[in-house]
Design a protein around this ligand. Structure first.
Ligand SMILES: CC(C)(COP(=O)(O)OP(=O)(O)OC[C@H]1O[C@@H](n2cnc3c(N)ncnc32)[C@H](O)[C@@H]1OP(=O)(O)O)[C@@H](O)C(=O)NCCC(=O)NCCS
Length: 303
């Protein structure tokens, strides 16, 4: 028969174990709730960003940084729980699976421009733009006719969302407050699981040299990196397209490749140059340099 002292000791140990268990349950529940509420907060923020009109470039950048911090928290939490890193850390918890996707149907305001999806009535501007040989000189498309523009309108109007690889966003740029169409910008989410995108831009010769392509493309980068969660965005151009190269350099993109005569376009072998920017470089870099001049003379700026 154990002595009363030993029994008291055992009793005390049992009480201490019960208290420790209760504290553990309380702590785990608290941690879980804290994680849940942080998650809910993030989710609400991403959703409101995706619906924000206009989405601010700074807010998108801040959300991206938040995503990275959250990803790191998740990784550390998994490690603490003895779990391996998530299989797809770059998409887990990203904008892709936190919302119904990103779809813009309303105008977006940038510093000097308003960007909106295409709609009926934009054909006249597109014809004026794309029927000019100097504008399409370095594009794959030939000079466009009214019939070409009409045939492309349905596809242009559909390019309003970036929900999955293969999707494209194409927005008409208008100056403000005048509201005149000045060009368009696009972002294509490239096929495959690699979170890659491609930016594109065209500005009407009457409005070139004012930094509009840079400003519109900057919005595309903010949407691609900040809202959609792409990892790398490229800009591809014919090597002689000096104006396009300048725009991509203004955006802080890195010249990564010069492919010699890799494409047969418009009856000749053409060189292709590739510029690229990573999400972390976008988040860390300074704003692009403002345009150096108020305006440039009209005429072919594409190289
Ligand atoms: C490329 C394009 C969109 C640029 O539009 P934009 O609104 O004039 O661009 P920005 O004002 O933001 O910047 C243009 C830069 O190119 C420079 N540039 C313009 N024409 C140039 C030329 N012929 N040679 C060298 N640089 C030129 C400008 O000086 C400016 O650089 P800077 O600010 O350092 O001086 C426009 O020229 C265009 O629509 N070209 C035809 C379509 C096209 O080629 N699109 C790109 C396909 S890859």
């Amino acid at each position: 028969m154990p002595s009363p002292l030993v029994l008291r000791g055992l009793e005390l140990l049992l009480v201490l174990a019960a208290i420790a268990g209760a504290v553990d349950v309380w702590w785990q529940t608290g941690t879980f709730e804290r994680r849940l509420s942080a998650d809910a907060k993030r989710r609400r923020r991403l959703l409101s960003l995706s619906q924000m009109n206009p989405p601010s470039v700074d807010a998108l950048r801040e959300a991206w940084l938040d995503e990275q911090r959250h990803g790191l928290d998740q990784m550390l939490a998994r490690r603490a729980d003895g779990l391996p890193p998530a299989a797809t850390p770059q998409t887990e918890g990203s904008a892709m699976d936190q919302s119904a996707g990103f779809c813009w149907t309303e105008p977006i305001q940038t510093t000097r421009l308003m960007a909106r999806p295409f709609r009926d009535g934009d054909e006249a501007f597109l014809l004026d733009l794309l029927s000019r040989p100097e504008v399409v000189r370095w594009l794959y498309e030939p000079v466009q006719t009214a019939a070409d523009i009409a045939a492309s309108m349905a596809a242009r109007r559909r390019r309003t969302q970036l929900r999955a690889p293969g999707d494209g966003l194409q927005l008409l740029l208008c100056d403000t407050p005048e509201g005149r169409p000045v060009g368009h910008v696009s972002l294509h989410w490239l096929e495959g699981p690699h979170l890659q995108g491609e930016v594109g831009f065209i500005v009407h010769p009457d409005f070139q040299g004012r930094g509009y392509a840079t400003e519109g493309a900057e919005l595309m980068l903010a949407i691609g990196f900040g809202a959609v969660g792409l990892h790398r965005i490229v800009g591809r151009l014919e090597a002689r397209n000096a104006a396009s190269a300048r725009v991509l350099e203004h955006l802080g993109m890195r010249r990564e490749a010069h492919l010699q005569e890799n494409e047969w376009v418009k009856g000749e072998w053409q060189d292709e140059v590739v510029y690229a920017l990573l999400d972390r470089e976008w988040a860390g870099r300074r704003e692009p340099a403002p345009p150096s001049r108020p305006s440039r003379p009209t005429g072919g700026g594409a190289g």
